[in-house]
Design a protein around this ligand. Sequence first.
Ligand code: ZN
Length: 83
Amino acid sequence: MACLFCRIVAGEEPAQTVLEREEVVGFLDTRPVFKGHVLLVPRRHVDTLTELPDDLVVPLFGAARDVAGAVRTALGPRAASWR
Ligand SMILES: [Zn+2]
């Protein structure tokens, strides 16, 4: 399996997983751009955001909303703002 994210989803690569749902997995970035930097990927491989199938839009962006809320709770209001 060539894709790093798919290997993480399959458990073949170590990751600090923070979210596991039926369609989506979230884990901490190994080279965070900011504190609480979480990467969210669909369990099904998708090359780019513009190729995200309709049925994954709600699961992925619902997870993004929920992670943003959790990061805000954990790190304070400035940590999870859009930049
Ligand atoms: Zn992949």
